[in-house]
Design a binder for this molecule. Structure first.
Ligand code: F6R
Length: 613
C-alpha cells in the first residue's frame, strides 16, 4: 500500500525520485523519504506528510547523487511520523532500505537482532531489514564476491510476510539490490539508466521497457548490467515487457483531479476493453482461456471473488452470468472467502477481479481455490500483476492506469469484460438463441457512446451535489441489478466525501431501514428494469411520504411532476445497465466531495492497492 521508486543512472537521482513519488502518492501518503549516496555516504531525508512537504525541505535540493531510493508510506506498523517514514537505515548507516508489505515475524527478528547488539529507532517492521542485511554483510568475508546481494538474499530468507524492497549501501555505492515476495516491483530500463517502481506509472515518463519481478526474485542493478536471481538464487534471464500505456495517460491532462479525468475516460476504457474481445464479425475472442463446453457443463457453480469496488462489479454481472449460462453464481468478499472453507472443488470456476492485481486477500483467495482443484480466471487492469501470475487464465481490462484511489473506469471496464465473458460462456454452452446473444453484443458496442451522453449532461448532478454536501447520512435504493449499483454508489460517496450512506434493496426498506427516514433525509433511487418500475416507484413514494428528498437515476418513463430530481440515462438491456447507471453517481460523489473541498484523489486513510491483509 506504499510506493517505492529507485533510480541508478547518469542524472541526478533526487528529481526523478520525487517525480516518481508524486505519481505514486495514490498508494500511500502519510510520510515520504529519500536516500541517495554521495561521496560514499548515505544521505537520507524523510518527513511526515505528503511528498510536497518533503519537496519543501531545503536540504532536498542539495542531494546530488545519481543513485537513490524513495518511498511514500501508508502506515501499518507505527504511526505516521518522520522516524517511522522510510527509508530506514541500519545502525551503522551503511544500508538504506525502502519496503512495501508487512514483515510478520518482525518481533522475533527484533529480538534476535537486539541480542546481537542492534538497536531500533522506529516502531516499524521494516527497520529489521537493513539491520539484518548489515548482520549478514558483516559475516561474509570481505573479499567474498557478490557480498551485497548475498547478504540481501540471506536477510530476505529470514523474512515472513510480504515485501518489495530496494536497498542501497555506502559500502557498494554503485548498486541497488531489489527483492520481492507478494508485493509488486518492476525495473524499467532506458539506455544505461535504470528505474525501480512498485507501480509502472511512476516511471512511465522515462521508459516503457519494463522487467517484472516474480515472487522470490532478487535483482542486482549496477551501471552496466542487471543480474536477476530466482527464488533459489540461480541467475536467470528475463524478458523486457513493453508497456503500451503512455506517460500522458498517467497525468491529469487538464482535469482538476484524476478521478474526474478517469470518469471521463470511461467511454475510451470501455471501447478499448471491448475492442480486445469482439472482432469485426462480432465474435468473442477469448482464445487464451481454455474453457470447453464439457468443462462449463460440468460446473455446479461460479464464484466471483474480489474486494470493494471490484466485488461490486461481481454483483453487477451475477445476473448476466446466471441468465445466459444457467450456472448459479455466488459473489463473495475475498477476505471472507479465504477464511471460511467454502464448498468448492473442480466443479467450481473461480473468477477473481482485481484492478491492481495486487490485493492480498484476493490473491490469497485465488491461491486457496487452486488448492481445492478449481480453475481460476483473473480479471486485472495491470499487465504482469501478481494475480495474473497466479491465475490459470487472465483477462485484462484496458482502462489504462487508474490513479485516483476511488475506482471508476476500472469498475465499468470490469463489468464490460465480464459481460462479454458471460456471453462467450453462453456461446460455448450453446444454451441461448443467437438473437439474444447478438442483441447483447450490439448493445455492448453502443455502451461507450451512451456513457458519453451521460457525461455530457451533468448539470442536475452538480446542482444536487450542492444541495446535499452538508448531509451526514443518506440512502441508496434499487432492485435486482440496480442494487449492485447502489452498493457501488454508496461506497464511492463514503470514501471520497466522508458522508455516511447505506445501500438497500428497495424491497427491504419496509423491513427496518425505513425507520430512519424523516424530513429532509436524502434517498437516491435507481430504476433501470422495466419489470420493476412500478414496485420501485412505490418504494420511492413511501420515502417521500415520510419527508425524504429524492434523486432518481433511470432510463424509464417516470413522471417529473411527482418526482422532482430525475437524471435520465440512455435505455439499455437491464443486464448491462450497471455500466450506465453508476456514471451519474460517480459524478455525484465527485461533486459532493468537491463542494466539501476535500482531497478527492487521496481520501483519508485509504490507499490505492491493498497489498496487506
Ligand atoms: C474503491 C476501491 C477499492 C478497490 C479494492 C480492490 O473505490 O477502489 O474498494 O476496489 O480495494 O482493489 P483491486 O481491484 O485493486 O483488487
Amino acid at each position: 500500500m506504499c510506493g517505492i521508486v529507485g533510480y541508478l543512472g547518469s542524472s541526478k537521482a533526487c528529481p526523478i525520485l520525487i517525480n516518481g513519488l508524486l505519481k505514486l502518492e495514490y498508494r500511500g501518503y502519510d510520510s515520504a523519504g529519500i536516500s541517495t549516496i554521495e561521496n560514499n555516504k548515505i544521505m537520507c531525508i524523510k518527513n511526515k506528510g505528503r511528498v510536497k512537504e518533503l519537496q519543501n525541505i531545503e536540504e532536498i535540493n542539495s542531494l546530488n547523487g545519481s543513485i537513490g531510493i524513495a518511498h511514500t508510506r501508508w502506515a501499518t506498523h507505527g504511526k505516521p511520523s518522520s522516524i517511522n517514514a522510510h527509508p530506514h537505515l541500519d545502525n551503522s548507516k551503511t544500508f538504506s532500505v525502502v519496503h512495501n508489505g508487512i514483515i510478520e515475524n518482525h518481533r522475533e527478528l527484533r529480538t534476535f537482532l537486539n541480542n546481537a547488539g542492534y538497536t531500533f529507532l522506529s516502531e516499524t517492521d521494516t527497520e529489521v531489514i537493513p539491520n539484518l542485511i548489515h548482520y549478514y554483510y558483516s559475516k561474509e568475508a570481505s573479499n567474498e564476491a557478490n557480498r551485497f546481494v548475498k547478504s540481501v538474499k540471506k536477510a530476505v530468507q529470514d523474512l515472513k510476510g510480504s515485501y518489495a524492497i530496494a536497498v542501497i549501501s555506502s559500502l557498494e555505492p554503485d548498486k541497488i539490490i531489489v527483492a520481492r515476495k507478494d508485493s509488486p516491483l518492476v525495473i524499467g530500463v532506458k539506455n544505461n539508466d535504470k528505474y525501480i517502481a512498485s507501480d509502472i506509472p511512476a516511471i512511465l515518463e522515462y521508459t516503457n521497457n519494463i522487467y517484472i519481478l516474480d515472487d522470490g526474485d532478487i535483482a542486482e542493478l549496477s551501471s552496466n548490467q542487471i543480474t536477476f536471481y530466482d527464488k533459489n538464487f540461480n541467475v536467470v534471464n528475463k524478458n523486457i515487457e513493453v508497456i503500451t500505456w503512455d506517460a500522458k495517460s498517467a497525468c491529469k491532462n487538464g482535469y482538476e483531479d484524476y478521478m474526474l479525468k478517469e470518469i471521463y475516460e470511461q467511454p475510451t476504457a470501455i471501447r478499448e476493453t471491448i475492442g480486445t474481445i469482439l472482432d469485426d464479425c462480432k465474435k468473442c475472442n477469448f482464445g487464451n482461456i481454455n474453457i470447453t463446453k464439457d468443462y462449463l457443463a460440468s460446473l455446479s457453480r461460479i464464484y466471483i471473488i474480489a474486494c470493494g469496488t471490484a466485488m461490486h462489479a461481481g454483483l453487477a454481472v451475477k445476473p448476466i452470468f446466471e441468465r445466459l449460462t444457467s450456472i448459479p453464481v455466488e459473489v463473495d468478499v475475498a477476505s471472507e472467502f479465504r477464511y471460511r472453507n467454502p464448498l468448492i472443488d473442480e466443479h467450481t470456476l473461480i473468477i477473481c477481479i482485481s484492478q491492481s492485481g495486487e490485493t492480498a486477500d484476493t490473491i490469497a483467495a485465488l491461491k486457496n481455490s487452486k488448492l481445492c482443484g478449481c480453475k481460476t480466471i483473473a480479471i486485472s487492469n495491470v499487465i504482469g500483476s501478481s494475480i495474473s501470475r497466479e491465475a490459470d487464465f487472465t483477462l485484462y481490462t484496458h482502462a489504462g492506469p487508474e490513479i485516483a484511489v476511488a475506482s471508476t473506469k476500472a469498475y465499468t471496464s470490469q463489468i464490460t469484460i465480464l459481460a462479454l465473458l458471460a456471453i462467450y460462456f453462453a456461446e460455448v454452452l450453446e444454451r441461448h438463441e443467437d438473437t439474444i446473444i447478438q442483441n447483447l453484443k450490439e448493445e455492448i458496442l453502443e455502451l461507450p457512446s451512451k456513457v458519453s451522453i451521460i457525461l455530457e449532461n451533468t448539470d442536475l448532478i452538480k446542482e444536487f451535489a450542492k444541495k446535499i454536501y452538508k448531509e451526514k447520512d443518506l440512502f441508496f435504493i434499487g432492485r435486482s441489478v440496480d442494487y449492485a449499483t447502489t452498493m457501488e454508489a454508496s461506497l464511492k460517496l463514503k470514501e471520497i466525501s466522508y458522508i455516511h450512506s447505506d445501500a438497500y434493496q428497495s424491497g427491504e426498506l419496509k423491513h427496518g431501514p425505513i425507520a430512519l427516514i424523516e424530513d429532509d433525509v436524502t434517498v437516491i433511487g435507481i430504476i433501470t428494469d422495466k419489470r420493476l418500475v412500478d414496485k420501485s416507484i412505490s418504494n420511492i413514494q413511501e420515502v417521500i411520504t415520510r419527508g425524504a428528498k429524492t434523486l432518481i437515476i433511470t432510463n424509464q418513463e417516470i413522471n417529473n411532476e411527482i418526482f422532482p430530481n430525475i437524471v435520465h440515462i440512455p435505455k439499455v438491456n437491464p443486464l448491462l445497465s450497471p455500466i450506465l447507471s453508476i456514471i451519474p453517481l460517480q459524478l455525484l460523489a465527485y461533486y459532493v466531495s468537491k463542494e466539501k473541498g476535500l482531497d478527492i484523489d487521496k481520501p483519508r486513510n485509504l490507499a490505492k492497492s491493498v497489498t496487506v491483509e
